[in-house]
Ligand binder design. Sequence first.
Ligand SMILES: *[C@@H]1O[C@H](CO)[C@@H](O)[C@H](O)[C@H]1NC(C)=O
Ligand SMILES: *[C@@H]1O[C@H](CO)[C@@H](O)[C@H](O)[C@H]1NC(C)=O
Ligand SMILES: *[C@@H]1O[C@H](CO)[C@@H](O)[C@H](O)[C@H]1NC(C)=O
Ligand SMILES: *[C@@H]1O[C@H](CO)[C@@H](O)[C@H](O)[C@H]1NC(C)=O
Length: 521
Amino acid sequence: MGAVGILSWLLLLQTVPWAAGARPCSPKYFGRDAMVCVCNATYCDTLDPVVLPAPGTYVKYESSKAGKRLERSQGSFQRTGLCLAGLLLTLNVSALYQHLKGFGGSLSDAAALNILGLSQQAQDNLLHSYFSESGIEYNLIRLPMACSDFSVRPYSYDDVPHDYELTHFRLAEEDVKMKIPLLHRALAMSRRPLSLFASPWTSPGWMKSNGDVRGKGTLKGQAGDKYHKTWANYFIKFLDEYAKHNVTFWAVTVQNEPLAALLTPPQFPTIAFTAAKQRDFVVQDLGPALARSPHRTRIIILDDQRIHLPHWAKVVLGNATAARYVAGMGVHWYLDSIVPARCSLEATHKLFPGHFLLYTEACSGFLTFRFSVSLGCWERGNHYSHSILQVLNHFVAGWTDWNLALDLEGGPNWVKNYVDSPVIVDSSKDIFYKQPMFYHLGHFSKFIPEGSRRVGLHSSCRRLICQLEHVAVLRPDGALVLVVLNRFGWDAPFAIQDPAVGFIETVAPANSIQTYLWRQQ
Ligand SMILES: *[C@@H]1O[C@H](CO)[C@@H](O)[C@H](O)[C@H]1NC(C)=O
Ligand SMILES: *[C@@H]1O[C@H](CO)[C@@H](O)[C@H](O)[C@H]1NC(C)=O
Ligand SMILES: *[C@@H]1O[C@H](CO)[C@@H](O)[C@H](O)[C@H]1NC(C)=O
Ligand SMILES: *[C@@H]1O[C@H](CO)[C@@H](O)[C@H](O)[C@H]1NC(C)=O
């Protein structure tokens, strides 16, 4: 190698941080099998960019309770399948289902505070873990409009009573000093276009029936009146102010958990809407205000538990004017275990196939008195993957986690509604822990870009409960992705058949998740 060759090689090493190869997890155990990967200012596990394998071969990424974290291996398709395995999964790329939007998490005030509580280099490692090619490449970010419960104080952007012109509307320090700078850094390190969506928890207190940002109220008055017009203009002001900082939003949800009153603490900041009130607000106020504005931001309704589907969709989207203003429906996962996907998600998709379904919030450790944070808990990762697989197979377009990062207690949260997160920050040691939930999400987010489509996958399993859960996806670049989850404590041999390529004879180890990736030619 000549001098120029060495120089350009050194330059490559300089400019391409992953050129030295992926860095493995630095493990720490909080009990048997309860493993996290520890990152600090100088070390964090990374991934190589995803490269499509040569035709006739596949790559496999595997994570497991036994300690693998997105470990890459490769293999070749076989011409024939012996099918000794028993279980056969057969692709059918002629059966094309919903388009996928993507995967991501939420930049709450709490997440921003935790991230910024680290040294600059540790912050970079955390942001790269989520957003860059050396990480799991999230493409969705949800952002609360003003405070959520995951803030350190209650506030709105205009706490001056009766300011119907919103002349005192100001973004908060939390936006200007914390969230916007973090968004700029995430945008700069992402190879994929990021789609941002914002959700209000509460309006200013003076617009609410209870007169307070804190607690539960409704918006005063009726759709079309000065309260509702002002509340719609508040959305536009928010988008205007963020646009001044070069941050644009793909969508807004009309209201975080409009029916949250039952499950949340009394001080929880929220305004309640019925489906009919949300429809009227969209038709008379928010829809026209957005249409008149320069923003091409879409409207997402519901943003609450799927137990309200398909009723909520029927009431709102049953109105042709509302249906034109609305792009899709947001769903939270908290009551999923009591509501079958078929009669909520799938029923709604069948009624309104032109409107997407998107999971907009999920987290573990909610409403528990202990174990809000459970470091290294593999089962919480399983729970994430199980949810993602189930909802993707019922016409959902993507999945958004709640707080991107929390502290060891599962906060901060000013109503003490502590929960878990895929990334837990210990700022006193300038470290953060990447939990199993982080890697479970990565098995989807890194490999399934926006614009992918779910395709047919036939399972030969005829039992009531099948050991493996799975989804197959066709990417815009023509590659195929198959994610397979084994939540059971024993290995499951199985085979994959892609009629265009051949067979893979393989095993899903006990308590593991795998992503297979290949191309058809
Ligand atoms: C950061 O983590 C690496 C790998 O675990 C370790 O070798 C190093 O000592 C840590 N640095 C600090 C400052 O703790
Ligand atoms: C594949 O899907 C297409 C479209 O749904 C269907 O017509 C065809 O019968 C399927 N092929 C097999 C082998 O099931
Ligand atoms: C926004 O982008 C424009 C054009 O790229 C640039 O000139 C301006 O400085 C940016 N403003 C902010 C606040 O980042
Ligand atoms: C939609 O709802 C509005 C009330 O917000 C009503 O005035 C209008 O007639 C409805 N349109 C249709 C087509 O049902």
